[in-house]
Design a protein around this ligand. Structure first.
Ligand code: ZN
Length: 165
């Protein structure tokens, strides 16, 4: 099974809109397996389609309770507030501490197209929000408070060869 190269900021594919998955079958199952392998190899706790250049609405994850996949997911509920040091495989080697809602509930489909729901606080809640952001072309950088974001972007510009004005 191939391991995909992970797309890194400022790769424009990370900003593209994604389309819902409409075909469920062996090709999707294979893609999910390959995404999980890529995620574990990285290593990371979540990986969304755009991060391997696939502009489809799906992500894989494992926050310690085993692997799962969500297809066409959406956040349906959030609450609370939790400060956490968050990173992203597409912004490697960087972590920023910032607030997001502590709890999140997401609904979507599993690899066979059956409705599923995941909900949790702290790490799982955070992950659901982070991965679903990817499917909307958003990165954690977009969630940083303004001053922190300015610092982060200028910092990334200085070290990323593809960066520039
Ligand atoms: Zn990410």
């Amino acid at each position: 099974m191939p391991i995909y190269p992970i797309r890194v900021f400022p790769d424009p594919v990370l900003r593209l809109p994604t389309t819902p998955v409409v075909e469920f079958g062996p090709d999707l199952a294979r893609l999910v397996d390959d995404m999980l392998e890529t995620m574990y190899e990285a290593p990371g706790v979540g990986l969304a389609g755009p991060q391997i250049g696939i502009s489809k609405q799906l992500f894989v994850a494992d926050v310690g309770d085993g692997p799962f996949v969500m297809v066409n997911p959406e956040i349906v509920e959030t609450s609370g507030k939790w400060k956490f040091e968050e990173g992203c495989l597409s912004v490697p080697g960087r972590w920023w501490e910032f607030n997001r809602p502590a709890f999140a509930r997401a609904r979507g489909l599993d690899v066979d197209g059956n409705p599923i729901e995941y909900a949790g606080d702290e790490l799982l809640g955070r992950l659901l929000q982070h991965e679903i952001d990817h499917l909307h072309g958003m990165l954690l950088l977009d969630r940083l408070p303004r001053r922190l974001r300015k610092e982060a972007l200028s910092d990334l510009r200085n070290v990323t060869p593809m960066g520039g004005p």
